[in-house]
Design a protein around this ligand. Structure first.
Ligand code: ADP
Length: 614
C-alpha cells in the first residue's frame, strides 16, 4: 500500500516551531562534527542501497536480453554470477552498516547531554514555567529511544537522499521511452500520495481518540499493581469499581479501533486501485510499443520494472519530507528548550569569593513577590536583614510565605519589586551559580540520588571518608550507617540498585543534614528539617542545633515554636509581612500571636507526652 512512512509520522496539532526544516538540517550537519564518522557511514549506506536498486533493476532485463540474443551459456552464467556477486556484496555491506547504530545513538546522546545540562542548570523559576516545561517534555519525547526524532531524523534525511538519487536515475531511464509514461506515473503517484495523506490524517485522529481510553485503561491496569494502592483497593473493595472502569475503557477503545480499521481498509482499496491503474496503463503502453517492434522483451521488462521503482522513489521522497517535517519540529523543540532564555544571570557578572568563615549579610529590601499563577502577593514591601553569623528562625502558619522567603534569600526566585542584597550588593549582579555556593540547605522535599551513602553526603564521586563520617556523626546518624552492610559504600535508591538499603524518613533527613554539613557553606538554610522525625528525634536535632550551625549564618523554618529558643531572633510571618519579631522569650512575654500559637502547640505536645521544656 502506498501509505506514508508510518501513521505516527503525522503531527498532532499545528505547532509553530521557531526553526524551519532547512535551519534544522544545517544545525544537524553542524552537530555531526561531534559524532565522527556519522556522515560517512550514512553516505556509504545510501551508496550501497542505490547500487542494490540499480543492480536489481537491470539484472532480469539483461539476462533476458542475453537469452533473446541467443548468446552463450557461459556469458549468461557469467553475467548472472556478476549480478549476484554485486547484490550479495552490497547487501552484506548494507546489512552491516544498518547494524552499526552506535553513531546514531551517540548523536542522540549529544542532544540528551544538552537537555540534561539545561534542565540541571536552568534558572529555578523556569521549572514552573509552562512553556519551558512543555518544551522540556517534548524534548524528552524527541530523544527517549532509538526511534525518536533525535536519532531517526538521520535515517530520514539519508533515506530522502537515496530516494532522490534513484529518482533521478530512473527518470533518466524513463525519458528514453516516453514522457507520457512519466506523466501517468507522476500523476497516479501524486494522487495516491494525497489520498493516503488524507487517510493518514484521519487515522491520526482515530489514534488521538483511542489514546484517551487506552491511557485510562492503562492507568486502571497499573493501579491494581501499584503497591501503594493495594491497601485501599482491598479495604474499600475497589476491585469491582476498577474492573468496571477497565471494561468501559476497553469498550471505548474497541469502538475506535473498529472505525479505524474501516478507514484503513478504504485507504488500502483506493491505493490498490491507483497502483492497478498505473500498472495497467504502463503495461498496455509498453506492450503496445513492444508489439510494434520498437522494444525488445528485455527492454519491456526493464521499463516496466522502472515504472514501479519510479513510483516508490516518488512516494519515498514525499513521505520522507512529511516525516522530516514532523521530526524537524521536534528538533526545533530541543533547540528551543536548550536556548530558552534564562531570567537569571548564569555566567559572568560581578566576582564573588565564597569563604566558609567569611562575613555575609543578607537583606531583603522592600521586596514584593507573587507567584506567576498565584492569586495574591506572598510578600509585600518586605524588609529583613540577616546579619552575618545570626541564627534566624522563621515561623508562621501554613502558607504564610516561609519557604518563599527562603527561596528569595537563596536566589531561587527573584522579587517582582525590591531587591535581595548580599553585603549591600543586589544579587542580580552576581552570577547565580556563584551565589548558590554561599548556601547549604536541608529542604523539606529532600533528594536521594542513586549512589553510595558517602556519595550522597559528599555529592561527588570521590568523597573524603573521614569528613563524611564526621558529618554523619554530627548529624546523629553515624551509628546507623556503621551498622549497615557496606557502611559508607552501601547503596541508596532501589530503582537503580536492587541491593540498595532503605533508610527511614528520619534517617534520610539526618543524612541530608550530614550533606549540609559536608558542603561547609557560610549560610545554612533549614526548611522544616525535622518534618520526617518523630518527637524524640526532633528534640535530639534541636539539641544539636548550635553544633550544626556553629560559626555560620542560618535561617531556620520550624513548625515547632519551642525549637526557636536556640535562635538569636525569631520572625513571625503573616499577611505578607513580619507580624512579630524578637527572641523566643521576648515574643512569649509580648503575649501576642506567637505566644498564642505557642500555647496551642504546648498543649498538644503535652497531650502527646513530649517534653516541651527541652
Ligand atoms: P509556607 O512555607 O509558609 O507554608 P509558602 O511560602 O510555601 O508558605 O507559600 C506561600 C503561598 O504561596 C501559599 O499560599 C502557597 O499556596 C503559595 N505558593 C507556594 N508555591 C507556589 C507556586 N509554586 N505557585 C503558586 N503559588 C504558590
Amino acid at each position: 500500500m502506498m501509505f506514508m512512512s508510518g501513521k505516527k509520522d503525522q503531527k498532532k496539532k499545528a505547532e509553530k516551531p521557531q526553526y524551519g526544516m532547512g535551519s534544522n538540517v544545517l544545525y544537524l550537519l553542524r552537530l555531526s562534527r561531534e559524532v565522527p564518522g556519522l556522515l560517512l557511514q550514512r553516505s556509504c549506506l545510501v551508496l550501497v542501497s542505490v547500487i542494490i536498486s540499480v543492480t536489481g533493476l537491470y539484472m532480469s532485463p539483461t539476462l533476458l536480453r542475453i537469452l533473446e540474443q541467443h548468446q552463450s551459456l557461459e556469458r549468461f552464467l557469467g553475467t548472472l554470477c556478476a549480478f549476484a556477486l554485486v547484490l550479495v556484496a552490497a547487501s552484506a555491506v548494507k546489512g552491516y552498516l544498518e547494524q552499526q547504530n552506535v553513531r546514531l545513538i551517540v548523536s542522540r546522546e549529544v542532544f540528551l547531554d544538552r537537555i540534561s545540562t539545561k534542565a540541571g542548570t536552568c534558572s529555578y523559576p523556569l521549572l514552573q514555567d509552562d512553556s519551558f516545561r512543555n518544551k522540556w517534555e517534548k524534548s524528552r519525547n524527541a530523544t527517549n529511544d532509538n526511534q525518536s526524532a533525535a536519532e531517526d531524523i538521520w535515517r530520514t534525511m539519508f533515506r530522502i537522499l537515496q530516494n532522490l538519487i534513484c529518482f533521478v536515475i530512473y527518470l533518466v531511464l524513463l525519458t528514453q521511452v516516453n514522457y507520457f509514461l512519466i506523466g501517468v506515473t507522476l500523476a497516479t503517484t501524486g494522487l495516491g500520495y494525497l489520498v493516503s495523506y488524507h487517510f493518514v490524517q484521519k487515522d491520526y485522529q482515530f489514534q488521538e481518540e483511542a489514546s484517551k481510553p487506552s491511557r485510562g485503561g492503562f492507568w486502571v491496569f497499573n493501579a491494581t499493581r501499584n503497591p501503594k494502592l493495594a491497601k485501599d483497593v482491598r479495604i474499600f473493595g475497589m476491585r469491582d469499581w476498577l474492573e468496571g472502569m477497565y471494561a468501559k475503557y476497553r469498550k471505548l477503545a474497541e469502538d475506535v479501533q473498529k472505525r479505524r480499521a474501516k478507514n484503513n481498509i478504504l485507504a488500502d482499496i483506493i491505493s490498490l486501485a491507483l497502483d492497478f491503474l498505473r500498472g495497467a496503463v504502463a503495461y498496455a503502453y509498453l506492450l503496445f510499443i513492444t508489439l510494434r517492434g520498437n522494444l525488445s522483451a528485455g527492454e519491456f521488462l526493464l521499463y516496466f520494472t522502472a515504472v514501479g521503482g519510479f513510483t516508490s522513489w516518488i512516494t519515498g521522497i514525499l513521505s520522507g519530507f512529511t516525516t522530516l517535517h514532523r521530526q524537524s519540529i521536534e528538533i526545533s523543540m530541543i533547540r528551543e528548550f536548550c536556548q530558552f532564555p534564562e531570567p537569571f544571570r548564569m555566567e559572568g557578572g560581578r566576582e564573588l569569593t565564597v569563604d566558609a568563615q567569611g562575613v555575609y549579610e543578607l537583606e531583603l529590601r522592600d521586596v514584593s513577590y507573587q507567584y506567576p499563577n498565584g492569586k495574591k502577593p506572598v510578600l509585600e514591601h518586605f524588609n529583613l536583614k540577616v546579619r552575618s553569623g545570626e541564627k534566624l528562625a522563621v515561623v508562621g502558619v501554613n502558607g504564610a510565605g516561609k519557604t518563599t522567603l527562603i527561596k528569595l534569600l537563596c536566589g531561587f526566585l527573584d522579587p517582582d519589586r525590591g531587591a535581595v542584597l548580599l553585603n549591600g550588593v543586589d544579587i542580580r549582579e552576581y552570577n547565580r551559580r556563584d551565589y548558590y555556593r554561599l548556601f547549604s540547605a536541608v529542604f523539606q522535599d529532600f533528594s536521594i540520588l542513586g549512589g553510595s551513602i558517602a556519595e550522597n553526603v559528599a555529592q561527588c564521586t570521590t568523597p573524603d571518608m573521614e569528613k563524611t563520617w564526621s558529618c554523619l556523626e554530627r548529624a546523629g546518624v553515624r551509628e546507623r550507617i556503621e551498622r549497615l552492610p557496606g557502611g559508607l559504600d552501601a547503596k541508596l535508591e532501589k530503582k537503580v540498585y536492587p541491593e540498595a538499603v532503605e533508610l527511614s524518613g528520619g534517617e534520610t533527613q539526618r543524612l541530608m543534614m550530614a550533606r549540609m554539613l559536608y558542603k561547609d557553606a557560610p549560610v545554612i538554610l533549614l526548611d522544616e528539617p525535622t518534618a520526617a522525625l518523630d518527637a524524640l528525634a526532633e528534640q535530639d536535632i534541636y539539641e544539636r542545633y548550635n553544633e550544626l550551625t556553629r560559626g555560620r549564618t542560618s535561617v531556620y523554618i520550624s513548625h515547632r515554636l519551642a525549637s526557636t529558643r536556640f535562635c538569636d531572633r525569631v520572625i513571625l510571618l503573616e499577611d505578607g509581612g513580619i507580624r512579630e519579631e524578637g527572641t523566643h522569650e521576648q515574643l512569649l512575654a509580648l503575649g501576642g500571636r506567637y505566644a498564642e500559637l505557642f500555647q496551642v502547640q504546648s498543649k498538644y505536645y503535652r497531650e502527646e507526652g513530649v517534653r516541651e521544656d527541652a
